[in-house]
Design a protein around this ligand. Sequence first.
Ligand code: M6R
Length: 550
Amino acid sequence: MPGTMGIAHTRWATHGKPSEVNAHPHTDCKNHIYVVHNGIIENYKAIKDELSKKGHVFKSETDTEVIAHLIEEYFAGNLEQATLKAAKYLEGAYAFAVISIDNPEKIIVVKKSSPLVIGLGKGENFIASDPLALAGYADKVIYLEDNELGVITKDSYQIISTQHKEPIKKQEHELDLNAAKMQKNGHEYFMLKEIFESAEVIQNSIRGRIIGKTGEVKLGGLENLDKNRIKNINRIILIAYGTAAYVCLIGKYMLEEYTGIPVDAEFGSEFRYRKTTLNAQTAVIVLSQSGETADSLASILEAKKRGALVLGIVNVVGSTISRETEAGIYNHAGPEIAVASTKAFISQIVILALLTVYLGRMRGKMSTDISKQITFQIQKLPALIEKVLKNSKQIKQLAHKYAKYKNFLYMGRKYNYPIAEEGAHKLKEVDYYVHAEGYPSGEPKHGAIAMIDENFPSIFIMPNDSVYEKNFSNMEEIKARNGKIIAIATEGNQEIKKVVEDVIYIPQTLEMLTPILSVIPLQLFTCFMGIELGCDVDKPRNLAKSVTVE
Ligand code: M6R
């Protein structure tokens, strides 16, 4: 291409199906102004209606296109002035970039809630959503804050507050050009880096999906489905493998509690050969980080054949499962490099929480108050996760202390029973010299408790929830057999210290969201213990990141 300036965006659909006409950039009526946008414009409909009345003609189904037309509406020769005026009317989460054929030497960028970074090179400057993309191109970066507008040319930049219209002095940060190190964000292993991204992952997974303060959830990927098909669902089958299969178990508890729909959680390899009756009112929902897992894929084909509505919750955009399902929800957890799934796991839980609210409201089973409460608590998760991650030093010490043991039992109840399974799964997978099993806390006394002695530690996941007392009694059963116990408990719980050897605290949240906080200490414990034991925590032996064989 002959040009020396350009903007582009790899889009996922919030409004309108993936198609050429909905692809970025979007333009104004005269094709003078071009816009790319990451995020969601919540009030786009009102803006579109108003501009249409004034004669603007829209070409796409996207929310983004309103930005180009709004700037056109205000344009009087100065692109940044027009953009500043337009930004005043936009509600939602956005980072967008604007160019105009009338000002061919500059890019205007505006940020609110979605990430945006400016990269400074020599005789060339860049913009991106993530500094990683700039490794090898820019020497320094500037992170835009919310409500800031940037005017960028090939050798200059200027930042202005969109609220006070004043210039802002920004700090330039050195960008380490070592791409490999950049990729790990300073961590020794991808697994650690990915666990430490958890707060950001939740933000990315929920961005644009919770509407203001009304407690409504918007899932763009389900928008093109006939609403009646969703309303008529009378059975849900959640299908996945490994770590994602434990998310299905959590989803079962959430969906049954708040939507009243009966839910099964199954392994694809079992489901595909089971002669269960499916019909148009059955929703088969497949969860997969990679979107390539063979048995999950086979289950999709089988479910389609038997007439079910087949949906996907997938992290890798454009993967086979995302293409084979009728509709779905992307995780937006970002690339997961370590074989052990950590950040995808928590994003899958939060997506199922959003789906629970979406279905609960749509089917009239959830009150506005409850949905407001759930969505409010979901939005608080990133800050709570940061608090949990602050315990990483303590968890590292515990990993050191317990690295000499060869067997572990993980136990939990209700929402945290799947976390016991996942904790044990992670330990077996990553720390392959150690054996672990996950159980519902009430179960070991029917068999496994026979193995307990002072050399067989147990991990109890027991936040302050509706089954805390029951869990406590089960923990005392283990204690009575001289079992050493590590507990994951809610901050402020002092009584537990009398029974357990060690306790890791997590903050209080809604019961259905506790797995997101309780799993993080277990992921860290596994990772630190694996490092201690000399395992390659990013690439455990005998395993592959995506399992594309039956
Ligand atoms: O890509 P998928 O989510 O479909 O993969 C499913 C399992 O193979 C995966 O979760 C596996 O158990 C991970 N290694 C767990 O950490």
